[in-house]
Design a protein around this ligand. Structure first.
Ligand code: ATP
Length: 210
């Protein structure tokens, strides 16, 4: 599903990511842990092809990403956003999923009136409606209250059954219970954590970064 071979990223002469290798061949949530400036977004940008790099990225054809909510059309309602950004009519199950997470009265309002959580949920749903084999979510847990975080977690659990989802973020509680694999990006290197030894992200941080 996703293979990274000897990926290296430099900005001018400064190496940010060195000799990254990774093979992910099944669906699930893959968490990338790293302190501020470790290179998580840069790695995601390389995978998406938004940055140049050396090495190889072998990825599925259909990849979706949610970096923030800025791509939503704020003067349009959710249905018009979906029509423009997904480019197809929703099927019954997709419509059901949409209504499960956002009330119809909200969906009919312009996106600029949405809460941050409603925008995030809509952005993730729009990404999912494009049927990606690979979904990349950069810091999707930022700024969510307890209930919205729970909703987004449930949505990700529903999505991860069939989709490979790469995530990063600093709210460890949010990710502890939903992740399937953990990688650490630290000191320019990518290290996979043995999931059999995994207890929680705080401990991984202390062991690999702190
Ligand atoms: N366009 C750029 N030019 C030069 N350096 C850059 C550029 N973009 C990112 N960097 C540097 O690359 C390093 C990695 O940044 P990146 O944003 O990938 O980190 P991050 O792990 O996502 O951090 P955070 O958790 O704070 O979001 C940082 O030192 C950053 O300053």
């Amino acid at each position: 599903m996703l293979e990274i071979i000897n990926l290296e990223k430099k900005y001018k002469n400064k190496t940010i990511l060195s000799n990254f290798n990774m093979l992910l061949d099944s669906a699930g949530i893959i968490f990338f842990l790293g302190k501020n400036g470790a290179g998580k977004t840069t790695f995601f940008n390389c995978i998406m092809g938004f940055e140049d790099y050396s090495g190889e990225v072998i990825k599925p054809v259909n990849v979706a990403t949610v970096f923030d909510e800025s791509h939503l059309y704020s003067n349009l309602n959710a249905f018009d956003n979906i029509a423009l950004l997904v480019g197809k009519n929703l099927g019954d199950s997709e419509r059901e999923l949409l209504l499960k997470y956002i009330d119809e009265s909200v969906l009919n309002r312009k996106v600029k009136s949405y809460s941050l959580g409603q925008k995030k949920i809509l952005a993730i749903l729009i990404a999912m409606f494009t049927n990606p084999q690979l979904l990349i979510l950069d810091e999707v847990s930022n700024g969510l209250d307890y209930d919205t975080a729970k909703q987004v977690k449930n949505l990700l659990i529903a999505c991860k059954k069939e989709t490979l989802i790469l995530v990063c973020g600093h709210q460890f509680d949010f990710y502890n219970q939903i992740l399937d694999e953990v990688f650490v990006i630290n000191d320019k290197k990518l290290v996979q954590v043995d999931i059999n030894d995994f207890t929680d992200l705080e401990k991984v941080y202390e062991k690999f970064v702190g």
